[in-house]
Design a binder for this molecule. Structure first.
Ligand SMILES: Nc1ncnc2c1ncn2[C@@H]1O[C@H](COP(=O)(O)OP(=O)(O)OP(=O)(O)O)[C@@H](O)[C@H]1O
Length: 253
């Protein structure tokens, strides 16, 4: 793996059922400080791919190198250290319901960073302000709408200044205004902190708004990676069809 790559997946195979691979011969390199969105139809293995990067799913074969560590060869303590450098926001973004929003965010920083108490408090206020949720500081997550909870989930993933952030369907279920707020917030934070961002989505429009570079996942493999122009220049009929359809999502076709 090149030193500038923060994620390097080589020849990954994952099958939950014998002879039915979800990921196969999958190769992916993600450069430090970049944002990459993985775009693919529902059920194409996007969440599975994120879980492979996290080491939650161990592939049957292939190598998973994240932040210069072979993820599946780590001892528990080393894995815990690696986790501290990563931020994750999954669709069911588990926030603790026995804590307020403020406490949830402070808890993440207390466990994963060496920020001072004063900095932690300041960051909670400034991050919540960025997603227009300052008024929700002392609410518990179950008092928030689904979209508000998602926004807090993103903040929790990013407030620790992770080296690598993994975002699963970052805008699914959000209205257009909140989608724009979330995309802007994630860009702003990514740029200021230099976090490498990996997101997955099945929404073509969202994919290219999120990242200049998009990797297309089909039949368990990355079949193209680059800007929209790069991908169209591959002249792959399947990619061209899906990137030029009027619909916004693979699901619409
Ligand atoms: N733990 C599991 N056990 C068995 N099958 C699984 C498991 N996790 C995922 N799968 C299967 O693997 C395939 C890919 O699932 P995955 O959730 O990775 O896709 P996805 O592209 O993220 O889908 P979506 O966009 O709908 O969330 C699906 O057929 C799913 O049913």
């Amino acid at each position: 793996m090149q030193a500038s790559n923060i994620v390097s997946l080589h020849d990954i195979q994952v099958a939950f059922i014998k002879n039915k691979p979800v990921l196969q011969n999958l190769n992916l390199e993600i450069e430090k400080g970049t944002s990459l969105t993985i775009l693919g139809p529902g059920g194409s293995g996007k969440s599975t791919l994120l879980k492979v990067i996290l080491g939650i799913i161990k592939p049957q074969s292939g190598s998973v190198n994240v932040l210069n560590k072979e993820v599946n060869r780590l001892k528990d303590a080393q894995r815990a250290d690696l986790f501290k450098k990563m931020g994750m926001a999954f669709q069911q973004g588990a926030l603790f319901d026995f804590m307020t929003v403020r406490e949830n965010l402070l808890f993440a920083m207390e466990n994963m960073t060496a920020f001072s108490k004063e900095d932690r408090e300041k960051k909670v206020l400034s991050f919540l302000d960025q997603v227009l949720l300052s008024h929700s500081l002392d609410k518990i997550p179950s008092e928030l709408s689904g979209g508000m909870r998602r926004r807090v989930g993103f903040i929790r993933a990013l407030i620790t200044n992770p080296e690598l952030a993994l975002l699963d369907e970052p805008t699914a279920g959000l209205d257009p205004v909140t989608t724009t707020i979330v995309i802007d917030m994630i860009h702003k934070i990514g740029e200021s902190v230099g976090t490498t961002m990996v997101s997955v989505t099945s929404n073509i429009d969202v994919a290219f708004r999120f990242s200049k570079n998009v990797a297309i996942l089909k039949d368990g493999k990355i079949i193209g990676k680059g800007t929209k122009e790069d991908l169209l220049n591959l002249n792959d009929p399947w990619i061209t069809k899906f990137l030029t359809i009027r619909h916004n999502s693979f699901e619409d076709v």
